[in-house]
Design a protein around this ligand. Structure first.
Ligand SMILES: CC(C)(COP(=O)(O)OP(=O)(O)OC[C@H]1O[C@@H](n2cnc3c(N)ncnc32)[C@H](O)[C@@H]1OP(=O)(O)O)[C@@H](O)C(=O)NCCC(=O)NCCS
Length: 156
């Protein structure tokens, strides 16, 4: 899993779904909130596996619904920790439509960055391991994303 110059670390977590009628609106396309829920769970597994602790969602940014998903579509999700602070982890999540016909291309439908915070047994934020040296080399864009995120948090 690669996205531009985003460095990836930790395990890549993959989950999959089929869009059911109960996921869809009157046009037969999936509700955004359903996809966000799938993304949150996939990202949570990646964050918790990285941290080795429980983790909670702190924020979501750069969420883009690029293409609709329809009833019957097969959907695959990938999530991976892309940056780490002291107690927080940035997790990139990508959602793709996987055609049943193997000759057709896989298409990106949704993407986002989730921020998770590792929680200790006292239910307070707890420290996570830093990324490896190799991954830090590509981390400048991640640092910019973190700075933007924290700036927005400060303004709230
Ligand atoms: C997220 C939460 C644990 C942060 O707690 P807090 O007491 O504000 O903790 P801190 O200020 O020490 O922040 C902890 C880390 O979270 C980061 N953080 C907190 N809010 C953030 C936000 N909105 N966006 C990005 N990062 C955020 C901080 O930058 C810090 O990161 P760092 O340790 O890597 O530098 C707390 O706000 C919370 O419990 N929120 C509800 C979470 C929840 O219920 N999620 C949905 C269901 S899982």
């Amino acid at each position: 899993m690669t996205q531009g110059d985003v460095a990836l670390d930790g395990p890549v977590i993959r989950t999959a779904h089929i869009v059911l009628p109960s996921h869809a609106n009157a046009m037969g396309t999936v509700f955004g909130g359903v996809v966000m829920g799938w993304m949150d769970i996939c990202a949570a597994i990646a964050a918790q596996r990285y941290a080795g602790t429980e983790a909670v969602t702190a924020s979501v940014d750069d969420l883009h619904f690029l293409r609709p998903l329809k009833v019957g579509d097969t959907v695959s999700l990938e999530a991976c920790v892309t940056a780490v602070g002291r107690t927080s982890m940035e997790v990139r999540v990508e959602v793709n439509r996987v055609p049943i016909d193997r000759n057709l291309p896989v298409e990106r439908t949704t993407e986002a960055y989730f921020t998770f915070v590792a929680m200790g047994p006292d239910h307070r934020p707890t420290k996570v391991e830093p990324l490896s040296r190799k991954d830090k080399e590509g981390a400048t864009p991640a640092e910019e994303r973190r700075a933007r995120r924290l700036e927005r948090r400060k303004k709230r």
